[in-house]
Design a protein around this ligand. Structure first.
Ligand SMILES: Cc1ncc(C[n+]2csc(CCOP(=O)(O)OP(=O)(O)O)c2C)c(N)n1
Length: 204
């Protein structure tokens, strides 16, 4: 039976969850040295609020780069699990990366999409997911077979555990409410870069 058949929850059926809550759930399930890349938008603000880790990278300024950066880290360090957290608006700007990820099949990569149907950080303009675009279906179509909507928080935790345990790539879609993030990421890109490089063991 295919992964899609086993995870039939549609975007409409998926529970609308809270981004900070599921980010904390994600961080609590990490073993130690997984790399987590938070995309622009409120996604990296809540990753920041969930607790600083040297293995976290907080993308500031450019949309759509969480998955490509995570993909690069996954290729460079194949023994490390790598997770990208990206907003729906941002992944919609970079859909090509899903086909690239599918083609190269990095077994250590998971992409989590925080789909609130809006460009929330710039004022809540609606995105195409609110008009019917289904990121999980797009990812499956691109060739990431192990793509699924998280039905609820418990299902999200199970999918994260699976992604950390078994071969990917994975894409996990999360419906997200419109709560503001818990904190704001400190705007210090050189420091974020240097700490991440230290966290990955590539800088003294
Ligand atoms: C190329 C580009 N266009 C527009 C912006 C302005 N911008 C920054 S974040 C953002 C919205 C991000 O939306 P999403 O990824 O869905 O995250 P959310 O804010 O909903 O958490 C926009 C439009 C930008 N930084 N780069």
């Amino acid at each position: 039976m295919s992964f899609a058949t086993n995870h039939p929850v549609s975007r409409e059926q998926a529970k609308v969850m809270n981004r900070f809550d599921i980010t904390k759930r994600l961080v609590s399930r990490l073993h130690h040295d997984e790399a987590v890349i938070g995309g622009i938008g409120y996604t990296n603000f809540d990753l920041w609020a969930a607790g600083r880790r040297q293995q976290n990278f907080y993308m500031l300024g450019s949309m759509g780069l969480a998955a490509p950066i995570a993909f690069g880290v996954a290729l460079a360090q194949p023994k490390r699990n790598v997770i990208a957290l990206e907003g729906d608006g941002s992944i919609l700007m970079q859909l090509g990366c899903l086909a690239t990820i599918a083609g190269r099949r990095p077994t250590n990569l998971a992409v989590v999409i925080m789909d609130n149907g809006t460009y929330q950080i710039t004022g809540g303009q609606i995105t195409s997911t609110e008009l019917g675009a289904d990121i999980v279906a797009i990812a499956r179509g691109a060739g990431i077979d192990q793509s699924a909507w998280a039905a609820d928080e418990g299902a999200f935790e199970e999918l994260i555990d699976l992604a950390l345990r078994e071969d990917g790539p994975w894409l996990i879609g999360c419906r997200i409410d419109k709560e503001k993030p818990a904190e704001t990421t400190e705007r210090d890109p050189p420091r974020i870069r240097d700490q991440f490089m230290r966290g990955l063991g590539v800088k003294e």
